[in-house]
Ligand binder design. Structure first.
Ligand code: BMX
Length: 538
């Protein structure tokens, strides 16, 4: 902290330190935009735990000052045809805000042209004997403001200037970290609209966090909910049949208007021949009333190449065949159909209908019999001709020390999958133990089982950090019987949290849970149908 702070400044910064500042600004000209209402909101915000408020407008500030003793950061916003600068642009406003009782006056500290220069405004704030808060957009703004005597440096305008609007659509954590190096009071402000983002700001080094829209712009917050609910209510025109042939079970479903209408399941016999798998699928489909010509999507564990040929990567999951022309055979023996890997199908479903909706760089990881996955890069499912892309289970793990059944040494799958957990249990002296039992024992507190579950979760966290590092993934959904098991994701989060923040991504459980591969298989059939000329490379 700066050494030359006055006692009054130091005492106000102490009150703000580590706290939430509520920016109490209703929508301009909206029904809440009235000093009486702003005052009531400010009181409610302080009751809720805000340590200070940020108030726009002299009349609002006067009214709030009568009602609360907590520090007030004052601003006046003015619109102009000649400059985009809006926050406290007139020297006269500074005077009026101080007279109205502001403890801190915030001003636009960017180097953009405006009515009265930023140097003059800052000088007027300091001359009036109150604290200056600099609303900055770049590190250069922060450095200048600090050098010129502002005691609070805010990241407020990052993302709101021509220079920064392209880069910073999310809160600017990097600016917080950089500003913090200047040893000054840093206020995180700008798009911190969830409790999680606010706490991340503090962990990134902010001294306090200002939240505005998410607290006081009811119209905007309400619209977010209303829009999201409207979206979820929409009937999806997705009708047909889907197959999910996984390492553990085979499920066949009838899907109507985007919902599973009926589903039947059988245990997958890993040692069954290819012909037996086909026969089983055909029988299960008939049971559900499938007729040749109905839309049919098939998802399978294993690699599906651009010709629709199916082969196992992990040879122990599908023991009896090396490669088969699945799409051709399905079309010949059952009816028009599309084929996709099970984890890629779930990724597609999660991205279109679940936790990945609206995300540009998103990953799905299934931890089940094997470890599979899929990637959404720049808003599109990432695929390749061989069908291997997205098979994150066969990336290497720092904990891998055995030969995987894919014939690659030390893979994540050989550490984290259900099969790997079961094998490790047997090796640890617990014969005939499957992954499910290991989880039961772990939840009962048995140390050996906890160790195995934790090893899998740590390996998954390492993969998550790799996906962030290599591909810029921002959100990862976990599925599969292990990924969805109680407490598993919390363990992955704990390990990822222990890594530097730069490598963090949002981790969630897959919304569609075990229905993901089924829904995704049909979504895939639907889009391949539309896109007949471009059967595989969407
Ligand atoms: C394996 C691999 C993936 C599959 C993943 C999850 C095979 C046979 N399977 O990594 O193709 O997506 O497992 O599928 O190589 P599960 O249902 O078998 O767990």
């Amino acid at each position: 902290m700066q050494k030359t702070l006055s006692i009054r400044t130091a005492s106000i910064l102490k009150k703000l330190k580590g706290g939430l500042v509520a920016s109490c600004q209703p929508v301009d000209g909206g029904t809440m935009d009235h000093p009486k209402i702003v005052t009531a909101m400010a009181q409610a915000l302080i009751s809720g735990g805000a340590v200070a408020v940020r108030i726009e407008g002299v009349e609002n500030l006067k009214a709030v000052r009568q009602a609360i003793t907590a520090p007030i950061i004052g601003i006046v916003k003015s619109d102009s045809n000649t400059s985009p600068v809006r926050i406290t642009v007139f020297l006269d406003d500074v005077k009026k805000l101080v007279q109205a009782g502001a403890d801190v006056v915030a001003y636009d500290a960017t180097d953009r042209f405006r009515h009265d220069s930023r140097d003059e405004i800052l000088k007027a704030i300091l001359d009036a004997g109150v604290i200056a808060m600099a609303d900055c957009s770049t590190l250069a703004d922060c450095e200048k403001a600090r050098d010129d005597g502002a005691s609070i440096i805010g990241t407020t305008l990052s993302g709101y200037t021509q220079e920064t609007e392209q880069e910073n659509r999310n809160p600017d954590f990097e600016l917080i970290r950089q500003a913090k190096k200047m040893d000054v009071f840093v206020m995180a402000e700008g798009r911190f609209d969830t409790p999680e983002l606010a706490s991340r700001a503090i962990r990134a080094g902010a001294d306090a966090v200002t939240v505005g829209t998410a607290l006081t712009r009811l119209e905007i917050v309400t619209e977010r909910f209303a829009k999201s609910i409207r979206g979820a209510n929409k009937k999806i025109e997705l009708n047909g049949f889907a197959v999910d042939l996984g390492g553990t079970k085979t499920a066949v479903a009838k899907i109507e208007t985007g919902k599973i209408f009926n589903v039947i399941k059988r245990k997958t016999i890993g040692t069954a021949s290819y012909g037996t798998h086909l026969k089983l699928i055909s029988e299960m489909l008939s049971k559900l009333g499938y007729r040749k010509g109905d839309l049919l999507g098939v998802a399978v564990t294993g690699r599906v190449d651009e010709e629709g040929r199916w082969s196992a990567v992990n040879q122990s999951t599908l023991g009896k065949f090396s490669s088969a022309a699945l799409r051709t055979d399905l079309i010949k023996n059952i009816g028009p159909s599309s084929v996709i890997n099970d984890a890629l199908a779930a990724t597609l479903a999660e991205h279109q209908l679940g936790s990945g909706e609206g995300h540009q760089n998103f990953a799905f990881i299934t931890i089940s019999t094997g470890v599979g996955g899929g990637l959404i890069l720049n808003g599109r499912l990432h695929t390749d001709a061989s069908g291997l892309a997205g098979h994150v289970g066969f990336s290497s793990s720092p904990f891998g020390n055995t030969l995987c059944n894919s014939n690659r040494y030390g893979t994540l799958e050989s550490v984290a999958s259900g099969n790997a957990i079961a094998s490790a249990a047997v090796a640890a002296g617990y014969p005939h133990t499957d992954a499910h039992t290991v989880f039961e024992k772990a939840n009962a507190g048995e140390a050996w089982a906890l160790k195995l579950v934790d090893r899998s979760a740590t390996a998954a966290a390492e993969l998550a950090a790799d996906l962030v590092t290599i591909l810029g993934i921002t959100k990862i959904a976990f599925g599969g019987s292990i990924g969805l098991a109680t407490g598993y994701l919390d363990r992955v989060r704990k390990h990822l949290d222990a890594m530097p923040q730069l490598f963090h991504a949002e981790l969630v459980t897959a919304d569609l849970a075990e229905n993901g591969p089924l829904m995704g298989a049909l979504l895939n059939a639907n889009r391949e149908n539309i896109d007949e000329n471009n059967h595989f490379s969407r």
